[in-house]
Design a protein around this ligand. Structure first.
Ligand SMILES: [Zn+2]
Length: 271
């Protein structure tokens, strides 16, 4: 081999090695490709006071920094005819996801954990230790909006190796869920990748978070008090909890409101 060929081969080999190393670091989450996320602003002319009839829990942020109290009020019900407890808000969405998997992938989606009370979480922490389990008040399982799922022979990290797990991970946003702890975002979410843990945030938030490949923390961090945004045929706005106002043209619309555990209310609706 001529010196010139050796140099070229060396350069190519070096390039491939660097690519492989970057791929490995990306896969382990040690490096992240910066993502650009922005929503189109909605320019309103006048805001008017708004009194929500009810609040849904969809966008409540629960993590190691944003806790919920022992007395956090979740509307917990049994899922269909089972003894599985979950937030009433999630039942239909999870039912549709589970039905799809049974009818189209010939598999059954099971729930290993959904609602856990503050006291349950204290017990889990004692059994599993701080490395794995969240502190009481830091687990979104306490809201009943998070579901840990599996299929037979594929639980935990193995869930992603099943057809059902792949489907859940790439399509759950269509049902209003997000993969709450995605690969390589531990610095933001506080958790390693959990392909089995889905969290209901509803529409259109699940689509936004998933299509822009961001976390719930980043999504709520982007949305600013007093701002309104557009996404497809939705408007999304944010107010302080004690001063709820909406653009006057939407005041008569069926708007949905959720507190975010950051002292704010997120309001949205299709227009
Ligand atoms: Zn979980």
């Amino acid at each position: 081999m001529s010196t010139r060929s050796k140099v070229i081969t060396g350069v190519i080999a070096g390039f491939v090695l660097v690519l492989l190393a970057c791929g490995y670091l990306y896969w382990t989450g040690a490096i992240r490709i910066p993502r650009s996320f922005s929503l189109e602003k909605y320019d309103y002319s006048e805001l008017t006071e708004y009194e929500p009839e009810t609040f849904v829990p969809d966008l409540i942020l629960v993590n190691n920094e944003h806790l919920i109290g022992q007395d956090y009020d979740s509307d917990i019900v049994f899922y269909r005819d089972t003894d599985v407890l979950m937030n009433s808000r999630v039942v239909d969405a999870y039912g549709e996801l589970s039905d799809y998997i049974r009818e189209n992938l010939n598999d059954r989606l099971y729930v290993s954990s959904t609602y856990r009370s503050y006291e349950d979480q204290e017990r889990v922490l004692e059994e599993e230790g701080e490395e794995i389990a969240a502190q009481p008040g830091c687990s979104e399982h306490q809201t009943g909006l998070a579901i840990d799922c599996y299929v037979m022979y594929h639980a935990g990290m193995g869930f992603i190796d099943s057809e059902a797990g792949k489907y859940v991970n790439s399509h759950c946003s269509e049902y209003g869920f997000i993969i709450r702890y995605p690969q390589g975002r531990k610095d933001i979410t506080g958790f390693d990748y959990e392909p089995w843990h889905i969290r209901y945030v509803g529409h259109p938030h699940a689509e936004i978070i998933t299509s822009y490949d961001i976390t719930l923390e980043e999504y709520l961090g982007y949305i600013k008090t007093g701002e309104w945004y557009r996404f497809e045929n939705y408007v999304i706005g944010c107010c302080s909890e004690d001063d709820i106002k909406v653009p006057e043209e939407f005041a008569g619309h069926g708007l949905t409101c959720s507190r975010d555990n950051l002292g704010r209310v997120i309001i949205w609706g299709s227009v």
